[in-house]
Design a protein around this ligand. Sequence first.
Ligand code: ATP
Length: 601
Amino acid sequence: MDAAREHLLADGVIPRHLERQVRPQVLQSWKRSLRSGAQLANPALTFKGEHHARAALRLAADPVLSRLAEQLAGLEAGILLADHEATLVHRWMPDRSVVPMFDRINANAGFDNSEESIGTNGCGSVIETGVSIQVSGPEHLADALRPFTCVGVPVHHPITRRLEAVVTLSCRATSGNPLLTPLMTSTAQEVESRLLAQATTSERQLLDAYLVAIGSRRAPTAAIGQDIFIAGPKVTDLLEGVDRALLWEHVRGVALGSVSDLGALGQLTEGRFRIVRCQPVDRDGTVIGALVEFEVARAEREPRGLDVGPLPRPTVSLPGQSPAVVTAIAHATRLAARGVPMLIDGEPGVGKFALARAVLAAAQVADDDVVVIDAAEGWTDGTPPFVSRLRAALAGEPGALLLRHLEQLSSESAAAAASLLETDDAAAPAPRIVATLTTTAAARDDDAGFALRRLVDTVGVGRVTVPPLRDRQEDIGPTAAALLDKHRGERPLRFSSAALRCLMRAPWPGNLRQLEATIRGVVSTCIGPEIGADALPVELQGSSRRRELTAIEELELGAILTALRQHDGNKVAAAQAIGISRSTLYRKLQAYRLDPDTQYF
Ligand SMILES: Nc1ncnc2c1ncn2[C@@H]1O[C@H](COP(=O)(O)OP(=O)(O)OP(=O)(O)O)[C@@H](O)[C@H]1O
């Protein structure tokens, strides 16, 4: 590792035989740090200026991090909280004995912990990628940081989902432990929950209005209020630099009817966006915000418009308003925009490939620049075609590599692919890498599993899971309507509400692929114009016989299924997350006529 680091610092490249000694996530960070001109010779962090921590963040983080610090007493560790720009906000030091060690590098409020400032580290590297990292002793590029092991995890704002802060646990280099990452992840989640609890009723109302709007609208939309801005990553990126306070002033004026010129709003975005619609959101007669619909200026438009479009070329505006999907899309888009290698996993047919194409398009990677290599495509004369194609693709320096169906690779191919991807030249422009892994593939033998895991670690610096359709029932209606639109041709077909109910209650083990195939089948046989429940395949018709759920029950069921999915079907953990007992969870599942052991997660 030291030899690799010295080569990188001296020549800007690492010889191939040494690259393997460095974990891919760390290697990427080293390269970023060098490219950004990090001041690696600095003996300590530099002062960034008087820091005005936002009260809400401190309020949410203080009790959680103080309690963690108490629990860590005697372990010679410190907890650091940094804002979204890597400026340290506060530190919690339970052991006086290590305070001088932290003081020596200025690990204190107001100091800059970015990669740009001091190279690879457990805070700045999280800001760059949006994902957790553990950086141990010699993995730091700057000598000053080598006595430490640091585990950093991101804290996202629970409503806007933007990166809000980073919490880092730092200890002596020799005290690193892989268990620290899950510990810090749950700590960050606790801070996020407290931020959500602190959010005002108006913010929550605006979020609800936004989620409903993006489910039914195709145009890029933002919800804008006095101190809040909720939008997808594309709108957020394109509005970067626009004065939010000024934007809110204009939006408020239009919402209240005192400003009528929507074009004037467009000028704020320097012509990149035109604002075409502004719908007030009010609470007890007071305007608390507005839903603003944008039109993207021609030059910025995504290559294939904003509808579902013929696959495989959809856009990030895939139908779906469930928080799980909105979060997955936002996370994937953020990773793609930052060029972080990413693995998208999920059950068969959930739309991993479609999402991968969409986020690459949103990151402005031209179609011609994306090389797709599918491991499910056959073998010829003993040469593993996947590896040959990968080698050839890398030689052509593509803009992006989209690797599909990694689970299909043999042990040899997975190992060879990992080596090829790990040994790219530090000085050469690295392609963006997005890979997909279908998670219910048949079990593999240990050897293949090990090789695959190495490849998955290499490409999966960022991980995104696309949830199965049965865990997001609210997406089925809009998706079915979009797919019907896609396949109905000129015929004015529509689903009856009974048919939609059947579609929403079916378990869809084949996910979107199965839903689309079903809709194509129905379109080819139905007479129309209304598609009734009886026009659906017989096995779907039965699912309408389950009793109607009230709106509250739908919400409760959604929360239960989401918690179960997030905890891999673990009922105790899911029940705890929702705040009910395990027996209540079972009772509720039975009341909804769901089989707790097999059906829905
Ligand atoms: N957002 C979407 N809306 C509607 N249909 C979609 C969407 N995304 C994908 N599909 C449909 O689902 C099918 C499966 O999509 P895709 O190939 O992206 O899934 P996948 O998860 O990569 O599948 P697998 O892992 O099984 O190969 C596509 O052929 C398309 O018909």
